[in-house]
Ligand binder design. Structure first.
Ligand code: BMA
Length: 332
């Protein structure tokens, strides 16, 4: 399949300080600092980021951990001196791609973890030191995000299972599950399928935890197009492009997509070096969405699986971009 040269929507303002976090800001061994979860907690911004470390000259990854950082303005970050899960016995020792949600005053972190396949899990903390793991899925699942309030009395998450068996090619869709307590999850159903998103031919998955607006749950997701003629990235065999997409979910029935932007919102572009060149070229991997009181929205995203970036937009403009429901309905 041939690639289309999509462009980032003009409402997006990439922050001039990009990348807002990279390996040089981290006071312990670090090489790829990316795919962070970001939220506001007790008056500050907090970030948990993925750090893959290793031999920089050889471009070889030897391990990974999660880092913790705080900020007053959402742009300049102070990184904690130690990784959050540095002890190999830590229950989150192999977790990656974290997302953060404040729900009922506590911080929930969803994450991926490799454990006899790729699983996704949910943990909760009050101080970023003690973590209680509430749930780890069966394989294969990834990219969970928790909504910031209960809906119909339930905790709700979006997720991206790997529904590969007997399906043509990789076709990974976005799903939703609910839980009374964060431990037991069910009522699972598909929310957005790859065939509904015109610019995707590979997978769609949750990006940042949704944000509540008057019109619906604003949701930034990742969408992937694959082109076998690409030879990108450090390993020279990367052929996927990850863009950020935008959707609006019904407030009471969040498995219903009531608005879908027809084109990608943020596209990794050749002239933006930190998005175009890295461990994996052309990857925008959104993981945090913060709406400010003045209606400005901060979108945090991992770029090229190498650094963490920030873009801003206005809430009203984002909502205008997803006024139409998907053209293609979900197949029954
Ligand atoms: C996904 C995950 C992410 C990564 C993305 C792009 O499958 O591995 O951690 O950012 O691919 O490489």
């Amino acid at each position: 399949m041939n690639s289309v040269n999509w462009k980032t929507h003009p409402c997006i303002r990439r922050h001039p300080a990009n990348p807002v976090l990279s390996a040089k800001d981290v006071p312990y061994p670090a090489m790829l600092v990316f795919n962070a979860g970001v939220t506001k907690y007790q008056g500050r911004y907090v970030m948990v980021f993925r750090n893959d470390y290793g031999e920089v000259e050889k471009k070889k990854i030897t391990g990974r951990n999660l880092g913790l950082a705080w900020s007053r303005d959402g742009v300049t970050w102070e990184v904690a001196r130690e990784p959050l899960n540095g002890d190999p016995e830590h229950p989150l020792a192999r977790a990656y791609d974290p997302r953060l949600t404040v729900l009922e005053g506590r911080v929930y972190m969803s994450f991926a973890i490799s454990n006899h396949g790729t699983c996704a899990g949910v943990a909760v903390t009050d101080d970023f030191e003690k973590w209680e793991i509430l749930n780890v899925s069966v394989p294969d699942n990834r990219n969970m995000v928790i909504f910031p309030e209960r809906i119909g009395g339930k905790i709700v998450r979006l997720e991206r299972p790997f529904a590969g068996y007997l399906r043509p090619g990789d076709r990974f869709d976005m799903w939703l599950s609910t839980s009374p307590d964060g431990r037991f999850w069910g009522e699972s159903r598909v929310v957005l399928a790859t065939y509904q998103v015109p610019w995707v031919n590979n997978k769609v998955g949750p990006g940042a935890p949704p944000v509540k607006t008057e019109k619906g749950w604003l949701t930034v997701f990742h969408g992937v197009d694959i082109d076998l003629s690409r030879h990108w990235g450090w390993e020279g065999n990367w052929n996927k492009r990850y863009c950020a997409g935008l959707a609006l979910l019904d407030l009471k029935e969040p498995w219903r997509v009531i608005g879908l932007m027809r084109e990608p919102l943020i596209v990794p572009e050749p002239e933006i070096a930190c998005e175009a060149k890295g461990y994996r070229d052309y990857v925008i991997f959104p993981g945090g969405l913060v709406v400010e009181d003045d209606g400005r929205v901060k979108i945090y995203y991992g770029a090229a699986d190498t650094v963490e970036c920030l873009a801003e937009a206005d809430l009203e403009e984002l909502l205008r971009l997803c006024e139409q429901p998907p053209e293609v309905p979900l197949k029954g």
